[in-house]
Design a binder for this molecule. Sequence first.
Ligand code: HEC
Ligand code: HEC
Length: 306
Amino acid sequence: MSLFWSVFIIVLVLGNIFACWWLIRWTAKPRKGEAAAHETTGHVWDGDLTEYNNPMPRWWLWLFYITIVFGLIYLALYPGLGNFQGLLGWSQYSQYDEEVAAAEARFEPLYARYAEVDIAELAQNDEAMGTAGRLFANNCATCHGSDGRGARGYPNLADADWQWGGSAEAIRHTLINGRQAVMPAFGAALDDSQLQATAAYVYSLNGRNAPERLVAAGREQYQTLCVACHGVEGKGNPALGAPNLTDEVWLYGGSLDTIEQTLLNGRNGQMPAFAETLGEDRVHLVSAYVYRLSGGQEARDELAAR
Ligand code: HEC
Ligand code: HEC
């Protein structure tokens, strides 16, 4: 806050408090030259109903004085007068930091204990998963949804389909380092008809019908431009985060239009790194949570057997 506004606020606040004090004193004094007792306000209702103008009772006045003193002490100790920080040096930030530090001190040993347990085993521990669920809600739910089912552009973590791999180690790696997907834009490399054909080929990869002529031309483009990342069969490559194009799971969408958009402009999904924000121990715990969400090893075996 600039000096001007700071002074402005201080003058306004102190001026108001002083004005209150003055007003109380002024109203409490018996008027000079008037019979203090049994004077009326001068208003008359219903012909004969009048009102005494007595000073306020003492105890009532004292309450006002006490609030004024309280206000002044408060403003001396806590921030409230412009840029003056208060004698206690209290701030919302310092209070928040203290509370966080206190919570850390309480939970850190717990996280450290969980960190020694294997992720797959930790995923079976209901108590640990309760804590992990809260970490997930605070750090991951904004993007992946409170149930982990994701949204367009944000992968579903509750299925057994993985871009970067669903083993305990791969999940942990994703959380520690983050992931940056690079699906190049092909708007410059492919003309309109080639783009359409390639999209039609991708569209047909999971068994849907597309015009045969387009699919054949698209297959050729695919073999030159796409196999390096998505593989000859289109099953993807977890090392590059290149998704399987033959299943029915889509990150951005599997309609012809959306596939064309993906090819035209490319896609660069980014998963932030959590090594710093959460620290290794908590990442370990949340990894176990994600592992459990997706059904763990069982679900992966089932998928592999299909
Ligand atoms: C350099 C590696 C690379 C190449 C080459 C590449 N892709 Fe990709 N592709 C990716 C990655 C990585 C993603 C995931 C993007 C993301 O998560 O944001 C992706 C995503 C996609 C998607 C979106 C899938 C979804 O679930 O919405 C489609 C469709 C796709 N690629 C098709 C192709 C086609 C067709 C080609 C060839 C013309 C191609 N890709 C070439 C790496 C590549
Ligand atoms: C700012 C949004 C955002 C936040 C917050 C976020 N993620 Fe992600 N996450 C993403 C995006 C986007 C991707 C997909 C990256 C890509 O396109 O490859 C992703 C990918 C992932 C993957 C890889 C999925 C796969 O199929 O391989 C995992 C696992 C994951 N996130 C877990 C988490 C967890 C656990 C948290 C909380 C600690 C979290 N994410 C927080 C945006 C986010």
